[in-house]
Design a protein. Sequence first.
Length: 202
Amino acid sequence: MKRCTIIGKTNVGKTLFLINFAEYLGSKSLDIELIGNEGVKTIQKIYFKTAISRLVDENPYKTRCIQAIIVNIPMGKGKKRIRIIDTSGFIDGIHPNVEIRKGISQTLSLIRESDVILHIIDASAAEHKDLPTSMGQVDYQIAQFAQLKRGYAILANKMDLPGAEQGFTKIKQEFSGNVIFPVSALFKRGFKEVKIFVVNNI
Ligand SMILES: Nc1nc2c(ncn2[C@@H]2O[C@H](COP(=O)(O)OP(=O)(O)OP(=O)(O)O)[C@@H](O)[C@H]2O)c(=O)[nH]1
Ligand SMILES: [Mg+2]
């Protein structure tokens, strides 16, 4: 099965994007596969509202392991099953918590094995320097590493917030030459373009 992996710094909206994008693609509920650092899998069925209240958080480092869901993506007259994978957030530098470090190294190996990489950047924080979600060294490193793939795109998220338009302009300058979509994971904006990109790369 083809894989689409969502990566980015902590708190940029990866998990909210996963949940709302799955709903946009027509899923009725989520069968979330949780894969721990030791490779142990558990599957939980969750409805969208519960998923958002349980898995999305305003504090950083909410997602500590890989979370995957299988969705049927409409393609032409039929549908194709793909696995969409949500990951632990990257940070600049080395995190003191071993669990978080393991999650990050799990993410790096996933990038290599994925067909589509959606790299989320918080557009509303892109012009700031000191927020946990501000664009940082690690975003440039991810882009260097992941842009070797055909299916690599940057999602400039939180476009509904003040300052996001300026942030989006900055992201376009810094990452010129890459595919970049402005989105709002919260309001499901820009999802049609992302869907077309995913379909064209699987
Ligand atoms: N206004 C707005 N808020 C958003 C958007 N996307 C995410 N958020 C908020 O940003 C915060 C972090 O969202 P998460 O989805 O938990 O972020 P994450 O990247 O999965 O974070 P970690 O799992 O901690 O790495 C939550 O409070 C979300 O409600 C968006 O498009 N607009
Ligand atoms: Mg998360």
